[in-house]
Design a binder for this molecule. Structure first.
Ligand code: CP3
Length: 350
C-alpha cells in the first residue's frame, strides 16, 4: 500500500491524485466571524498571546475544525510572527493589523537583521503543529503558511499596512539595492521557516504574497517573483514532496507569471472567472479558490449555486475549493456551516 491510500483528501488532491470531490477549506477560517473566537479574545486580548501561547493557538486552530470539519486545518498564526526572530519587533493592533515599531528604511538596519532560527525563536510553532496533526489524525490535512518576501518587506518597510505602498515603492525605485538585500534575507529565512513547519508536521504550506498584486507586472518580475521562486526552490531541495500553494491578491494580470513560481498550486481570486483561469493556465496547473468571500452574505441557495458554478468550471481534477481570499469578519457562522456542508456533499450534486 502506498502512502497515498491513507493520506487525507486535501493532500491527495494537492499531489494531483484523482479524488471524488474537491477538498474544501477557507482562508482565515479561524477568527473573528466565530463566536468561540471572540469569546476567547476577551480572555486573551493580545493577538500575540492568542497565536504564541501554544494551548490558545491550538484551541483557535481547532475551532473551525470542530464546527465544520473542513478538509484543511490551518495553523493559527500570522505572516509577521517570524519577524521578531530576525530582529524586527512587531505587534498586531486590533482592527489594523501588523505594526512594526522601527520600520526598516536604511542599509544599516538591513545589515543588522539576523537569519531566522525557527527552533529557538518559534518553538511554539512545533508544539502547535504537532498537536494539530495528532488531533485531526489524518481526517483532515494540516496546513502551514508563511508570508512571501515582498509582502513581509511591505510591512517591514512601511511599518504597517498601506493603501499606496509609497514608502516601499520609493525604496524600490530609488534605492533598489537595499530592498533586494532585504528581500534576499527574507527569502532565506522564510525558506528555513517553511522547512521547519514541514518538519513539525505541516502537510501542505501556503505562501501569501498578499500585496504583490500592488506591483505592475514588470516590477512584480523584479521584486516579487524571483523571491517567491527562491523560497520554493530552497524548500523543494530538501522537501520535494510537500505541496506548496501560492496566493497573490489582485492577480488577474499576473496568473501566467505566478505559474512560473515553482508553486504546485495557485490560488485564484474572484476577479478571475475559474473557467478563464483554467484556460489561461492550462490543464496541468492545479488551482485553489475562488468564491468572492462576500458570497457568504447571500442566501443558502445563492451560496450553493456559486459553489456548483466554481466546481464545474474548475473541472474534476487539481482543484481545492476555497474562497478567493479570507472570510470576512462579519460573515454569519451559519452560512459558513452551509458552505462546508454543501461542498462536502458535492458528489451527490454535480
Ligand atoms: O487562515 C487562518 O485561519 C489562519 C489565520 C491567519 C491570520 N493571519 C490570523 C489573523 C492567516 C492565514 C493570516 C495571514 C495574514 N496576516 C496575511 C495573509 C492573508 C491575506 O489576508 O492576504 C496578511 C496580509 C496578514 C497581516 C494581517 N494580520 C492583517 C492584514 C490583519 C487584519 C487586520 C484586521 O484587524 O482586519 C492581521 C491580524 C490578524 N491575523 C487577525 C487574524 C485572525 C485579526 C485580528 C484579531 O483577530 O485579533
Amino acid at each position: 500500500m502506498g502512502v497515498s491510500s491513507t493520506a487525507p483528501l486535501l493532500l491527495r488532491a494537492a499531489r494531483g491524485e484523482q479524488v471524488d470531490r474537491p477538498p474544501v477549506w477557507m482562508m482565515r477560517q479561524a477568527g473573528r466571524y466565530m463566536k468561540a473566537y471572540r469569546d476567547l479574545r476577551e480572555k486573551y486580548p493580545s493577538f500575540r498571546e492568542r497565536s504564541e501561547i501554544p494551548e490558545v493557538a491550538i484551541e483557535v486552530s481547532l475551532q473551525p475544525w470542530r464546527a465544520f470539519q473542513p478538509d484543511g486545518v490551518i495553523l493559527f498564526s500570522d505572516i509577521v510572527t517570524p519577524l521578531p526572530g530576525m530582529g524586527i519587533d512587531m505587534d498586531i493592533a486590533e482592527g489594523k493589523g501588523p505594526i512594526i515599531n522601527a520600520p526598516i528604511r536604511t542599509q544599516e538596519q538591513v545589515d543588522q537583521l539576523r537569519p531566522l532560527d525557527p527552533e529557538t525563536s518559534l518553538p511554539f510553532i512545533k508544539t502547535i503543529l504537532q498537536a494539530l496533526r495528532q488531533e485531526v489524525d489524518n481526517q483532515s490535512t494540516v496546513l502551514g503558511f508563511v508570508g512571501a518576501p515582498w509582502t513581509l518587506a511591505a510591512y517591514a518597510v512601511e511599518g504597517k499596512g498601506s493603501k499606496t505602498y509609497s514608502i516601499i515603492k520609493n525604496m524600490a525605485f530609488s534605492e533598489p539595492a537595499i530592498l533586494h538585500q532585504l528581500l534576499t534575507k527574507f527569502a532565506e529565512s522564510i525558506a528555513d521557516y517553511v522547512r521547519y513547519q514541514i518538519d513539525c508536521g505541516a502537510q501542505v504550506v501556503q505562501m501569501f504574497d498578499s500585496w504583490a498584486g500592488q506591483l505592475s507586472p514588470q516590477d512584480y518580475e523584479v521584486f516579487a517573483a524571483p523571491y517567491q521562486k527562491m523560497v520554493f526552490e530552497k524548500v523543494k531541495e530538501t522537501h520535494p514532496d510537500t505541496p506548496l500553494i501560492l496566493l497573490v491578491t489582485g492577480s488577474a494580470g499576473l496568473l501566467e507569471r505566478m505559474a512560473t513560481s515553482g508553486a504546485d498550486i495557485l490560488t485564484i481570486d474572484w476577479t478571475v472567472d475559474m473557467a478563464d483561469a483554467r484556460k489561461r493556465l492550462g490543464k496541468e496547473v492545479k488551482v485553489q479558490g475562488n468564491l468572492d468571500p462576500g458570497v457568504l452574505f447571500g442566501s443558502k441557495e445563492f451560496i450553493r449555486d456559486r459553489i456548483l458554478d466554481t466546481v464545474r468550471k474548475a473541472g474534476n481534477w487539481g482543484h481545492i475549493l476555497n474562497l478567493g481570499h479570507g472570510v470576512l469578519p462579519t460573515t454569519p457562522e451559519e452560512n459558513v456551516a452551509h458552505f462546508f456542508e454543501t461542498a462536502k456533499n458535492l458528489n451527490a450534486l454535480v
